[in-house]
Design a protein around this ligand. Structure first.
Ligand code: NAP
Length: 249
């Protein structure tokens, strides 16, 4: 039975990922801030704040086949009244990176090298379309830039995996705008099927998944291409003009 480790598991997409992984036959381990998740789809759980260095003994005896870094924060969410780039505090920028990037780097650096050594494994980082290079609207800079950096982390792991031998893939996954605490009740998508889409991607041959960025079951791509600002964008010939403050998560 393959073992999956998921970050951020007590609620939102993470809870649905645990259910979908369990249903697909995985042993499921989780970390997060909650004292004790109540959904019952976990084989083991450790309270772990990803803003801190990982405890040396965190699942040290486990062979992790699938790592899903799902935990994330959206501190500078304009829907919750946060201002634009020029109102962003550096501590909030730092806090965002602590979870969305440094937390990811911590688990990747701990659990990806054994996969490389074994020649099998999957690393998935839950990212966001808002982390594509040109997907910027003047707000949500902390969230967007942390996900952009997370995407760079995925590509770096994918390079290592590509150079390794065996069944190895690292990819980023955007869930779309989902109904969770982060996404709010206005979101159009149910996180349940979105979690199932992610778990199905784990079965893709490594060569069709490594170094890619998916949304749902389809490839999203790492950038939106075309000009971001300027005449082509304003005339509708390229990327549509951006409205400040429409962040989805
Ligand atoms: N919602 C959307 O529309 C949307 C869109 C695009 C991308 N995403 C991405 O999808 C992922 C899941 O989002 P969600 O909507 O499910 O968010 P959510 O409901 O706000 O849940 C966030 C999760 O992150 C965990 N977390 C936060 N800070 C943590 C820390 N310091 N250490 C450990 N765990 C921490 C939380 O753990 P506890 O439960 O233990 O507190 C929680 O499980 C995120 O990476 C998010 O950026 C979401």
């Amino acid at each position: 039975m393959p073992t999956a480790l998921v970050t951020g598991v007590s609620r939102g997409l993470g809870a649905h990922l645990c259910r979908a992984l369990k249903t697909s036959g995985h042993r499921v381990l989780g970390v997060g801030l909650a004292t004790a998740p109540t959904h019952g789809h976990l084989d083991d759980y450790r309270v772990t704040d990803l803003r801190d260095p990982l405890p040396p003994d965190l699942f040290a005896d486990e062979e992790i086949d699938v790592l899903v870094h799902n935990a994330g924060v959206y501190v500078d969410d304009p829907r919750r009244g946060y201002g634009d780039l020029f109102a962003l505090s550096v501590p909030d920028l730092r806090d965002t990176f602590e979870v969305n990037l440094f937390g990811a780097a911590r688990v990747v650096q701990r659990y990806a090298p054994p996969m490389l050594a074994r020649g099998s494994g999957r690393v998935v980082c839950v990212s966001s379309g808002m982390g594509r290079l040109q997907d910027a609207d003047g707000a949500s800079f902390a969230y967007r830039s942390s996900k952009l950096a997370l995407n760079a982390l995925v590509l770096s792991v994918a390079r290592h995996f590509d150079a390794g031998r065996g069944d190895l893939a690292a990819f980023a996954y955007c869930p779309g705008w989902i109904r969770t605490d982060m996404g709010t009740g206005d979101a159009p998508l149910d996180p349940g099927p979105v979690a199932e889409d992610l778990v199905r991607l784990l079965d893709r041959p490594a060569a069709e998944a490594n170094g890619r960025f998916f949304r749902g079951g389809a490839e999203l791509g790492w950038d939106t291409r075309g000009p971001f600002v300027g005449p082509a964008a304003e005339s509708g010939g390229g990327v549509p003009p951006r409205r400040a403050g429409r962040g989805r998560g």
